[in-house]
Write a protein that binds this ligand. Structure first.
Ligand SMILES: O=P(O)(O)OC[C@H]1O[C@H](OP(=O)(O)OP(=O)(O)O)[C@H](O)[C@@H]1O
Ligand SMILES: O=c1cc[nH]c(=O)[nH]1
Length: 180
């Protein structure tokens, strides 16, 4: 990846956005009693963990956190390597009666979110599924929208949004790049 053309969020802005989303989750679901978070690999997982920490801070209760690997549910699976690397999905809580908030870093075409819906619904039947993303960059190719958005960023298809997180990348920031 070349040099970023714009810094979209610094660490403070990411923190503020996550706090706001946590408050919105509480407001929308009237608390967190029936809420669970499920992060989509890869950076959705640390984002879900950070949101869970804020929900605990604001509401005083632990919410379950799971993870999904959507590799086998991708609609371009046949175009991937013959043996795609598949990681574990972990959803170690009951889905019926639970509102699952799927968490991802970037929402673009919506194809990852669609795959995550299928992956989750193969595991069980939650009461409802909501979607939280740190960045919505537009260009949807499917009828998918996020319930919680950290930042809406108008982009061109010739650009790429990269979310960097301390847990994965050693640093927190979101930047915009030209695709070479
Ligand atoms: O709405 P979409 O068009 O599906 O794009 C969004 C997805 O793209 C990114 O993952 P990517 O496949 O680039 O892999 P990465 O997690 O390794 O960055 C990002 O993490 C989202 O999961
Ligand atoms: O810009 C984009 C598009 C898809 N996935 C990303 O992480 N960034």
């Amino acid at each position: 990846m070349n040099e970023p053309k714009a810094l979209l969020m610094d660490a403070t802005q990411m923190n503020r956005a996550l706090s706001r989303i946590a408050h919105e989750i509480i407001e929308r679901n009237k608390g967190t009693e029936h809420v669970a978070l499920v992060g989509i690999r890869r950076r959705g997982i640390p984002l879900a963990q950070r949101l869970a920490a804020r929900l605990k801070e604001f509401e005083g209760r632990d919410v379950p956190v799971g993870s999904l690997d959507i590799t086998l549910y991708r609609d371009d699976l046949t175009e991937l390597a013959a043996l795609p690397v598949v990681h574990k999905s972990e959803v170690n809580f009951k889905l019926p009666g639970t509102v699952v908030v799927l968490v991802d870093d970037v929402l673009y075409t919506g194809r990852t979110a669609r795959a995550a819906l299928d992956a989750l619904l193969d595991i069980g039947r939650p009461a409802a599924i909501q979607l939280a993303v740190l960045v919505d960059r537009g260009h949807r190719e499917l009828p998918i929208r996020a319930d919680y958005v950290g930042k809406n960023v108008p982009t061109s298809r010739r650009e790429r949004v990269e979310v960097h997180m301390t847990e994965v990348d050693g640093e927190d920031f979101v930047a915009l790049y030209d695709i070479e």
